[in-house]
Design a protein around this ligand. Structure first.
Ligand code: FMN
Length: 187
């Protein structure tokens, strides 16, 4: 099984990275192929809204996303992790995910998606606030896009609240949540 992780935090050893590694550790144990992308280190430009993808299929922007599109097509499961920044996803994550619009070749009613269907996904957020349901709209939104528009077969989400510094390693209940997500990926 080929599994990709996309890290939306610029902190490679921060909370989101710690939990991403914990999710992926389950997959690694099972001997699956795992690859993490640190989005902050990639060269990904913002979607230009040119709709080239609707006329010609594929995105015309020549940047790191071109090889990432191929990797995404080939992946069986994908893990998305982002810190909450001002109530939304990080800018690195937003820039990356906007580019998934290129997978939608034709909008409804003649809906055509170029992404190979049936992938499994995990989407999680880390946040400073203690209230677990405060930014629940983020997992809901991404889960609905991935399943409803991009053909994912199932998406598992979780929220890691109360993380203000780099303390995820000292939160066994959050590490356990991440491992559960990892088990889902390879089940
Ligand atoms: C620019 C910025 C904006 C943030 N906005 C929020 C927010 O709106 N709500 C919240 O609960 N935490 C917010 N946080 C806290 C982070 O979401 C939290 O500390 C997260 O775990 C950081 O992830 P990281 O360690 O992977 O970088 C913000 C942090 C930064 C740097």
């Amino acid at each position: 099984m080929k599994i990709l992780g996309f890290l939306g935090s610029p902190r490679k050893e921060g909370n989101t990275a710690i939990l991403m590694n914990e999710v992926l550790s389950e997959a690694k144990k099972g001997g699956h192929e795992v690859n993490i992308y640190y989005l902050n280190e990639t060269n990904i430009q913002g979607c230009q809204g040119c709709l080239h993808c609707k006329k010609h299929g594929g995105c015309r922007i020549d940047d790191d996303m071109q090889s990432i599109y191929d990797e995404i097509q080939a992946a069986d499961s994908i893990v998305f992790g982002t810190p909450v920044y001002w109530g939304g996803e990080s800018s690195q994550f937003k820039t990356f995910f906007d580019r998934w619009f290129a997978f939608i070749i034709s909008p409804p009613p003649n809906y055509v998606v170029s992404l190979r269907p049936g992938k499994k996904g995990v989407f999680f957020i880390t946040q400073g606030r203690e209230e677990e349901d405060m930014f629940q709209y983020l997992p809901k939104r991404f889960s609905s896009i991935l399943k409803g528009m991009l053909g994912f077969s199932a998406v598992y989400t979780f929220v890691a609240p109360g993380l203000r510094k780099v303390e995820a390693k000292e939160r066994p209940e959050l590490l356990a949540k991440a491992r559960e997500a990892g088990k889902f990926l390879i089940s």
